[in-house]
Ligand binder design. Structure first.
Ligand code: SAH
Ligand code: SF4
Length: 368
């Protein structure tokens, strides 16, 4: 019989598992504490549990934190991790330092799927195909594994936390795996577990409208980011295949109702692709689309990836785009790219970092 996996369960669910094993409820809290506050990977590391109990738990239930196979550090301090899941599939997770806090705090960019079924033309993940959804445990497991890595590498005091924000901008389309994403967020939020508040969580979507509706109804206080990337259906159909099913007009409507329903500001992401969507006319159309909304625009100059032919516009074109939006009174930020030298930036994740030399590096990174 398959063992019940504890990672990804609520505390109440872990209590039920303990009860079913004939153990007292407080064992669940102890396990939760070890797992989420000390990021342990095994029952044998839970020092205050009796030895026989650790052995018993190890026989009866599972605790499968993704294994860190490889880690790379960028010049700007961004770290990219290659994680292996129980079925040997691989995903990437990125930790981005927040420099306003001395580089001691990080935002974690988590994956929600292995690959992505949306298939955006400019995106390395989308072009690498889709394998499967992640479970809630595998999403939460990325936070646990990376927090532990950061603590170990920086030799920081136990107890202090490195990760303070979570963005669903890694591999995959989170709204196509919303049940697992919501379950993961509830554990990320829970003070008895990871304890990162909803307002510090961002979900980014290519525009899956049923998911936007469901998120609005969930009552969550997370930030929604929409990958807009085009101002006409003609262009958007070409670069984001999902637009054919959920075209711009309905997408903009669903964003307004989301804002109306939640009262939350939405972030519109706009990728700047040379010769595709970055003309002065595009900027003007974008300003018109955005002005009626409670929204910020985040401009992202394209991170070039090998084998995809898209290019980032030159600085003149980027500046012209920013100036045009500003002149139109739109609230705009140009996203500083982090980690592009190690292909850790948005859209550069592929989940199969160079196999060559992997064996030697495992030892140095994964200290288990
Ligand atoms: N699937 C979701 C979230 C993951 S992608 C979404 O598409 O929103 C996170 C962001 O990276 C999206 O805005 C996506 O369009 C963007 N992106 C993809 N490839 C990129 C690239 N090469 N350079 C810059 N941003 C990219
Ligand atoms: Fe999927 Fe987002 Fe990449 Fe599009 S940009 S393929 S939705 S991960």
């Amino acid at each position: 019989m398959e063992k019940t996996e504890l990672l990804g369960l609520s505390l109440e669910e872990v209590e039920q598992v303990m009860a079913a094993l004939g153990l007292p409820r407080f064992r669940a809290r102890q396990i939760y504490h070890w797992l989420y506050k000390h990021q342990v990977h095994s029952f044998y590391q839970m020092n205050n549990l009796p030895k026989e109990l650790r052995h018993f738990l190890d026989k009866k239930v599972a605790l499968t934190v993704p294994r860190v196979m490889k880690a790379r550090v960028s010049r700007d301090g961004t770290r990219k991790f290659l994680l292996e899941l129980a079925d040997k599939k691989r995903i990437e997770t990125v930790a981005i330092p927040q420099f306003r806090t001395d580089g001691k705090k990080f935002t974690i960019c988590v994956s929600s799927q292995v690959g992505c079924p949306v298939g955006c033309r400019f995106c390395a993940t989308g072009q690498s195909g889709f394998e499967r959804d992640l479970t809630a445990g595998e999403i939460v497991g990325q936070v646990v594994a990376v927090e532990r890595e950061l603590k170990q590498r920086e030799k920081q005091n136990l107890g202090e936390r490195y990760l303070t924000n979570v963005v669903f901008m890694g591999m995959g389309e989170p709204l196509l795996n919303l049940d697992a994403v919501l379950k993961a967020i509830s554990i990320i939020n829970d003070d008895r577990a990871i304890g990162i508040g909803q307002r510090h969580v961002t979900i980014s979507t290519a525009g899956f409208i049923p998911g936007i509706r469901q998120l609005a109804e969930s009552g969550l206080q997370v930030t929604l980011a929409i990958s807009l990337h085009a101002t006409t259906d003609e262009v958007r159909n070409r670069i984001i295949p999902m637009n054919r099913r959920y075209p711009l007009e309905s997408l903009m409507e669903s964003i307004s109702s989301y804002i109306e329903k939640t009262g939350r500001r939405v972030t519109l992401e706009y990728l700047l692709l040379d010769g595709v969507n970055s003309s002065a006319q595009d900027a003007e159309r974008l300003a018109k689309m955005v002005r009626p909304l409670l929204a910020n625009i985040n401009l992202i100059p394209y991170n070039e990836t090998d084998r995809l032919h898209y290019r980032r516009p030159d600085q003149y074109t980027i500046n012209r785009f920013v100036a045009c939006l500003t002149r139109e009174g739109v609230n705009v930020t140009l996203r500083e790219e982090m980690g592009s030298d190690i292909e850790a930036a948005c859209g550069q994740l592929k989940g199969r970092m160079a196999a060559a030399g992997r064996k030697q590096e495992i030892g140095s990174v994964d200290s288990k």
